[in-house]
Design a protein around this ligand. Structure first.
Ligand SMILES: Cc1ncc(COP(=O)(O)O)c(C=O)c1O
Length: 382
């Protein structure tokens, strides 16, 4: 039995010219990063050292957050926030069924019950349906800023305040995003991020971090990611070990300084061009763009007729079209104890059946984007 598998999405299909994953190109300057790592190794600075401090400062200033707490990965970031907010057994957390499993898994592993609310056509949780899902057991709302598009954060924040609920943003896709020209951090108790290799800002393995403007929450989080230690000899609470490796922090610092602006700006301009080129195709629904959001396009998704045939066609044209994701969480086997059924969240189900993700990353050329749009046009004309 094989326990350690390489996910397919890491494998570059050499035949496909326009790939979704671009891990080799992303780190083509690895020798410069080796130099950063060498300095870390020479300092014997392996856990919670200088590079981690620097990363937390860099991220706080970039994302306009009072505090950054780096952790082992994006899933731990969510779990640790729930733990730090004392959310667990007997509590309910409202979230979306249209997400990566980690969002929901963090709630379950914290001991609480996930309660789903359907999404809208923009893939984000429907803020108008949230209030109906609140019960006496509800302790928090965990929204997901799906694919780099912030939810309606001001409305959700005022509901959370009115109902005295904690608000957590799963912002794993959302580095550099903004809401009404503000940092997304100010709209919730905490925002969580992943530095996984497939994310917009990424490292050479797992990594994650939490942003918050709340000092006491930041203090608690920085303890519970490190065994609950106040200092070497004093443990305040029994807790976890989930630290961002210093080596990964060095990589992240290099990328923040040298790459992140290009990554964000290119994704935004690629998406704009795709929007323009795909708009005339009536079988393709491009998401409406809202002026008050700065979306950062971790994914570029469209909704289409004959989705599976289109994907096959595009792959034949050497374009790596994918689905994120074909099975919403309430229909996953892992969710069977939650007792949801098909039809419970019709928009999430519709999006799972009609959505296609097109490559939008910083390495695609304008010519390739035009080729993607032309190929889609050809599919519907033929
Ligand atoms: C929306 C969302 N939340 C959480 C995570 C978990 O992040 P990580 O893989 O770093 O644990 C991911 C990662 O893919 C994600 O896409």
């Amino acid at each position: 039995m094989k326990f350690n598998y390489l996910p397919n999405q890491y494998k570059k299909n050499k035949k496909i010219k326009i790939n979704h994953s671009y891990l080799i190109e992303q780190f083509s300057d690895y020798k410069k990063i080796f130099h950063q790592i060498e300095k870390t190794v020479k300092r014997a600075d392996y856990t919670l050292g200088e590079e981690v401090d620097k990363f937390e400062k860099n991220m706080s200033s970039r994302m306009k957050s009072k505090f950054t707490i780096s952790v082992g990965n994006g899933t731990d970031a969510l779990f640790l926030v729930l733990k730090a907010l004392d959310i667990g057994h007997g509590d309910e957390v409202i979230t979306t069924p249209y997400t990566f499993i980690a969002t929901v898994a963090s709630i379950v592993t914290a001991g609480a019950k996930p309660v789903f609310v359907d999404i809208k056509d923009d893939y984000n949780i429907d803020e108008k349906k949230l209030e109906r899902a609140i019960t006496k057991k509800t302790k928090a709302i965990m929204v997901v800023n799906w694919s780099g598009r912030p939810c309606e954060l001001d409305k959700i924040q005022s509901l959370a305040k009115r109902k005295k609920l904690k608000l957590i943003q799963d912002a794993c896709h959302c580095i550099d995003a903004r809401f009404k020209n503000n940092s997304i951090v100010k709209y919730s108790d905490a925002c969580t991020f992943s530095l996984h290799p497939l994310k917009n800002l990424n490292v050479w393995g797992d990594g994650g971090f939490i942003l918050t403007n709340n000092k006491s929450l930041a203090k608690k989080l920085s303890m519970i990611r490190n065994h609950g230690l106040l200092d070497r000899n004093n443990c305040e609470i029994f807790a976890y070990n989930s630290r961002l490796d210093s080596i990964q922090a060095a990589i992240a610092n290099y990328k923040i300084k040298n790459k992140l602006n290009t990554i964000t700006n290119k994704r935004i301009s690629n998406a704009k061009l795709l929007d323009k080129l795909l708009k005339p195709i009536k079988e393709v629904k491009t998401p409406s763009r809202k002026k008050h959001l700065r979306e950062v396009f971790h994914l570029y998704q469209i909704n289409v007729k004959n989705r599976d045939e289109l994907i096959r066609f595009l792959i034949n044209k050497n374009i790596d079209a994918k689905v994120h994701y074909p099975i919403p969480i309430h229909l996953q086997k892992a969710a069977k104890n939650l007792k949801y059924k098909r039809g419970d969240f019709p928009i999430a189900e519709k999006m799972a059946n009609t959505s296609v993700s097109l490559p939008v990353h910083e390495f695609i050329s304008e010519k390739q984007i035009k080729y993607i749009a032309e190929s889609i046009k050809k599919f519907y004309l033929s």
